[in-house]
Design a protein around this ligand. Structure first.
Ligand code: HO6
Length: 353
């Protein structure tokens, strides 16, 4: 049977992966309240479609940070893609390049940045940086990604420590103690992006460190993991170029707002001064349409990319991206939006929220 939606890929991926790998990818923190709510919150939103608008031509293209993408559907950073497929991030990068969308390559990748970029030399890449206590390492990393043609730095702000994942504990999977665990090892032994790193980033990272980072690079800086108006205001004050509203797929602090619910507060605060993106719970074209209507410039996918990899490698990722883009095209057509710029808050039934 063909896999026709992201849920099909999820079900098939679970059959492909070992229990320890599957549980790591699922990886919800604590009771999984936010993990569930990321999806459920989308399903509480209803549309107000418009008709008789000549939807014979519908265009899903847009731009992020000035660069064109074929659809507002990009790839969030997730660790160790070789868990799901031997070629790992190289396959992800090829699929992203073919889809002409942005791929945020993770600090904890199974291949070196050089290998990943060589696999997709014309790809549109951002780099997810976990700021390290050692600023020499940060500087080296930034120089490396600039030389490799990355277009932005994504600073993950919601991981002073790793969240509490019960599944990994039951499986006695201890990433902090051993990043190169057998089940997580890529084919080439020394292939970790940050092979020097055996621990997570610094607990002491704070707003005052941002100017230091900004002096080190010409690249735009995007903060990933902002959930409140207070932090959105600080982000503006610190002159960052973008915000990804995210709760890390419900893997960090449990019982925070669903991403799509937090998006509203952040968008209202930012008032169009910088681009706002979101990830968390996007599974259908309707979800993408809702996120855009509520002010996201684009959405990012985490787990669905790993499902694509687990099922069919590069082609699986390409299919996941194609399915979601086709669903978005259908949703736009059925709701009377001919272009991404025509997607507005009027599309949402606010009295229900
Ligand atoms: C180490 N987010 O699983 S996994 C420990 N950022 O959500 S990193 C944990 C990881 C990678 C390396 C990770 C996640 C996540 C040392």
């Amino acid at each position: 049977m063909p896999l026709v939606c992201l849920a099909d890929f999820k079900a098939q991926a679970q059959k492909q992966l070992s229990k320890i790998s599957w549980d790591f990818v699922e990886g919800e923190a604590d009771d999984g309240i936010t993990y569930d709510d990321n999806m459920a919150a989308f399903k509480r939103i209803r549309f107000r479609p418009r008709f008789l608008r000549d939807v014979s031509k519908v265009d899903t293209r847009t731009t992020i940070q000035g660069q064109e993408i074929d659809a507002p559907i990009c790839i969030s950073p997730t660790a160790f893609h070789s868990i799901a497929w031997p070629d790992g991030e190289k396959s992800t990068a090829r699929a992203a390049q073919e889809a002409n969308i942005c791929y945020v390559i993770a600090s904890y990748s199974s291949y070196t940045l050089e290998d990943i970029v060589a696999a997709a030399p014309r790809g549109f890449h951002w780099f997810q940086l976990y700021v390290q206590p050692d600023w020499d390492i940060n500087k080296q990393m930034i120089q490396r990604v600039e030389a490799l043609g990355f277009k932005a730095l994504v600073i993950t702000v919601d991981v002073p420590i790793l969240g509490n994942r019960r599944g990994d504990k039951r499986n006695e999977l201890n990433l902090e103690a051993n990043v190169m665990l057998k089940d997580l090892r890529s084919p080439g032994e020394k292939n970790c992006t940050l092979s020097a790193l055996t621990s997570l980033p610094t607990t002491s990272l704070c707003w005052n460190d941002l100017p230091l980072l900004q002096r080190m690079t010409r690249l735009p800086i995007i903060l990933k993991g902002i959930l409140t108006k207070e932090d959105a205001e600080l982000a503006l004050k610190h002159n960052v170029q973008g915000i990804i509203v995210s709760n890390h797929g419900g893997r960090q602090l449990d019982e925070v707002l669903a991403s799509i619910d937090a998006l509203r507060e952040v968008v209202a605060t930012v008032k169009g001064k910088i681009e706002v993106y979101m990830d968390g719970g996007v599974r259908t074209g309707n979800d993408v349409l809702k996120a855009l209507a509520l002010g996201a410039r684009c959405i990012f996918l985490g787990r669905p990319i790993l499902w694509g990899l687990a099922c069919k490698g590069e082609h699986g990722v390409k299919e996941v991206l194609n399915i979601l883009k086709a669903e978005l095209h259908t949703s736009m057509t059925l709701s009377g939006c001919r272009s991404v710029s025509e997607i507005s808050p009027d599309l949402i039934q606010f009295s229900r929220l």
